[in-house]
Design a binder for this molecule. Structure first.
Ligand SMILES: Cc1cc2nc3c(=O)[nH]c(=O)nc-3n(C[C@H](O)[C@H](O)[C@H](O)COP(=O)(O)OP(=O)(O)OC[C@H]3O[C@@H](n4cnc5c(N)ncnc54)[C@H](O)[C@@H]3O)c2cc1C
Length: 256
């Protein structure tokens, strides 16, 4: 859900920044979200996807589902539908598609159709003794069927299981299968807005936003880091948003 989250957060940041530029108005901005599938946030309850679309549209974000980017040469965006005129864009953020590092393909291990290494429920590569692959690089069987989604939630837990199984190969302890079941998903949509789903229960609005943040805070390693983030978030409730930076920025790597 990185695309929806990035768009919602950036729009929220830009809207706050406008207060410092009285000559600019919210209507001077144009934000467009292009999604190839029929709904946003596939995998979440349809009501949450509808809520998300409503929240974005209310903020004057144009949302085009069942649409694909046909071209963006020289900053001119063209969709694969004729009812939307090609338009010029200052900033184009591409968040579709994600695949393992090309390094993985050169290892000589069996790959699936998305270039992920095929592993069994013990995270071991069939036919390659004592070889384990985890995280985004692996096609790990999901206990609920299919392949596990590529999330940090899964990667972290797979790491523990792979370590247990590697130790078992050395005669320490016994092998254990990967049985983690997704407990929930949270999507933030800018300040105080979000959606969350825990098992079959859905949440929206500030509560969902808070749940998503609290979960990520809990998962941060180390008390010191947690304390720093809590103090930063608490201060940001009292003071206006710092619009001069977007967390940590890195120089993007060239596409291969
Ligand atoms: C924008 C975005 C938002 C996301 N948000 C969430 C979220 O909210 N919640 C969630 O659970 N998941 C989220 N994910 C997914 C999550 O980040 C990944 O599933 C998780 O990081 C996978 O962990 P990993 O260790 O398999 O791979 P990575 O975290 O990608 O780590 C792989 C590392 O290997 C390094 N590497 C590559 N090639 C080599 C080499 N040849 N030698 C040595 N090192 C190498 C890479 O530089 C990288 O540091 C998000 C992903 C993206 C892109």
């Amino acid at each position: 859900y990185a695309g929806v989250e990035a768009l919602a957060e950036l729009e929220s940041l830009a809207r706050d920044a406008l207060r410092m530029y009285p000559k600019l108005r919210p209507n001077d901005m144009r934000w467009v979200l292009i999604e190839a599938q029929r709904t946003l946030l596939p995998g979440l309850e349809p009501t949450l996807a509808e809520y998300t679309e409503r929240v974005l549209r209310k903020r004057n974000i144009e949302v085009y589902t069942e649409s694909r980017l046909a071209s963006c040469v020289d900053g001119v965006v063209t969709l694969d539908r004729s009812d939307i005129e090609p338009y010029r864009s200052e900033t184009i953020v591409w968040t579709a598609g994600q695949r393992p590092s090309p390094f993985v393909a050169d290892l000589g291990l069996p790959l699936d159709d998305r270039s992920r290494v095929v592993v069994d429920e013990y995270l071991a590569v069939p036919g390659f003794p004592a070889t384990y692959v985890i995280g985004d690089a692996a096609a790990v069987p999901d206990p609920d069927g299919g392949i596990c989604p590529a999330t940090a939630q899964h990667a972290l837990r797979q790491g523990r299981v792979a370590a247990i199984n590697a130790a078992a190969d050395l005669g320490v302890g016994s092998r254990t299968p990967f049985r983690y079941r997704n407990r929930g998903l949270a999507v933030t949509l800018g300040r105080w807005r979000g959606t969350a789903q825990v098992k079959r229960v859905s949440f929206t609005g500030p509560l969902a936003w808070w749940m998503g943040r609290s979960y990520h805070l809990l998962m941060l390693p180390g008390l010191g880091r947690k304390a720093r983030v809590v103090s930063d978030w608490t201060l940001s409730l009292v003071f206006p948003r710092d619009v001069s930076q977007l967390g940590s920025l890195q120089k993007p790597r060239r596409l291969e």
